[in-house]
Ligand binder design. Structure first.
Ligand SMILES: Nc1ncnc2c1ncn2[C@@H]1O[C@H](COP(=O)(O)OP(=O)(O)OP(=O)(O)O)[C@@H](O)[C@H]1O
Ligand SMILES: [Mg+2]
Length: 268
C-alpha cells in the first residue's frame, strides 16, 4: 500500500513580524542580518488613547552593527524615543519583529523579556533618573542588587564602575551635590551594571554644558570602541555625529534612507 501524499499549503507571511516566526537566526534575510546586535523588521507603533489613534512609527526596518555607535536623529515628535523604547524592549510595538543579540524579543513573555533586558541592555536618560536620597555609590549598587549582586559585592562592583567613569571620588555624594555631567556619568555607571552588551541612551547630553557633554560622549565612544558594546543613541547634538559610526534619520515616524543607515561622512 502506498502512502497518501501529504499536500503542503505554503502561505506567505501576512506581516513582516512573521518573518521571525522561526527565530532570528532563520529569518528570510539571515545572511544580511548575521552578527547584528539589533534587527528590526516592519515595526509599527500606533498609540491609542480613547478614540484617538496616532501612528507614531511606520514600517521601520533597521539594523545595528555590534560595536557601533548608532544615532537616531530627527525632528521633535518624529518617533525617536518611541523607537528606542521599542528596540530596548520597554515598549511593545503594534506590529513587527525585533531581534536583539539573535533573540526575538517580541516573542518573549513579560518575565523572559525583563530578565533579558536586565542582562543585556543598559539605559541612559536625558534627566539622569537617579534616586535623590541615595549616594552615587548606592545608586549604582541598587542597580546591581536588582541584577542579583548584593551587599558588599555590589558596593565593590559599584565602586569599580564609578572608577571606570572617573567618579570614584564622588562615590559618597548625593545627586544634588553633583554637576549635571557627573550625574550623567553616575547614570552611565549604573547602565553598565551587569555588563550589558547594548547601551541605549535617550539624549544623554541634552541637559549638559559643552564640556560635560564632551566627557559623556568620550565615555560612550570608549564603551563602544574599547569594549565592543553597541550604543544606540537618540540625539539632537551635532557634536555626536563626529564620533558616530552610523546615523539613522526619522521623520514623521518614517525612517529615511530605509533600510540602511547612512554612513557618516566625516568632515575634513
Ligand atoms: N503615550 C503616548 N500616547 C500618544 N501619543 C504619544 C505617546 N508617546 C508619544 N506619542 C506621540 O508619538 C510621536 C513620537 O513621540 P516621541 O516621543 O517618540 O518623539 P521624539 O522624536 O522622541 O521627540 P522629541 O525629540 O521631542 O523627544 C509624537 O507625536 C508624540 O506626541
Ligand atoms: Mg524623545
Amino acid at each position: 500500500m502506498t502512502a497518501t501524499p501529504i499536500s503542503f499549503q505554503v502561505s506567505l507571511p501576512e506581516s513582516t513580524a512573521k518573518v521571525f516566526s522561526q527565530g532570528c537566526e532563520t529569518t528570510l534575510d539571515a545572511f544580511r542580518t548575521a552578527g547584528k546586535a539589533i534587527v528590526a523588521r516592519g515595526v509599527e507603533m500606533i498609540y491609542q488613547s480613547g478614540s484617538q489613534r496616532f501612528h507614531a512609527l511606520k514600517h521601520i526596518n533597521l539594523e545595528v552593527n555590534k560595536g557601533d555607535i548608532h544615532l537616531l536623529m530627527g525632528p521633535s515628535g518624529s518617533g525617536k524615543t518611541t523607537l528606542l523604547s521599542i528596540l530596548g524592549g520597554i515598549l511593545t510595538p503594534t506590529d513587527g519583529g525585533i531581534c536583539l543579540l539573535g533573540q526575538d524579543i517580541t516573542r518573549m513573555s513579560q518575565s523572559q523579556l525583563s530578565k533579558f533586558r536586565l542582562k543585556n541592555i543598559g539605559f541612559i536618560f536625558q534627566e539622569f533618573n537617579l534616586f535623590p536620597a541615595l549616594t552615587a555609590l548606592e545608586n549604582v549598587a541598587l542597580a546591581l542588587d536588582v541584577k542579583g549582586i548584593k551587599g558588599r559585592a555590589a558596593k565593590r562592583e559599584a565602586m569599580g564602575l564609578l572608577e571606570q567613569v572617573g567618579l570614584a571620588n564622588k562615590a559618597k555624594s548625593l545627586p544634588r551635590d553633583l554637576s549635571g555631567g557627573q550625574k550623567q556619568r553616575v547614570a552611565i555607571a549604573r547602565a553598565l551594571s551587569g555588563n550589558p552588551q547594548i547601551i541605549m541612551a535617550d539624549e544623554p547630553t541634552a541637559a549638559l554644558d559643552s564640556q560635560s557633554g564632551h566627557a559623556v560622549i568620550t565615555l560612550l565612544r570608549q564603551l563602544a570602541k574599547e569594549e565592543n558594546r553597541t550604543v544606540v543613541m537618540v540625539t539632537h547634538d551635532p557634536r555626536i555625529i563626529d564620533v558616530a559610526d552610523r546615523v539613522t534619520y526619522l521623520e514623521d515616524g518614517i525612517l529615511q534612507n530605509n533600510p540602511t543607515a547612512i554612513h557618516h561622512q566625516k568632515l575634513a
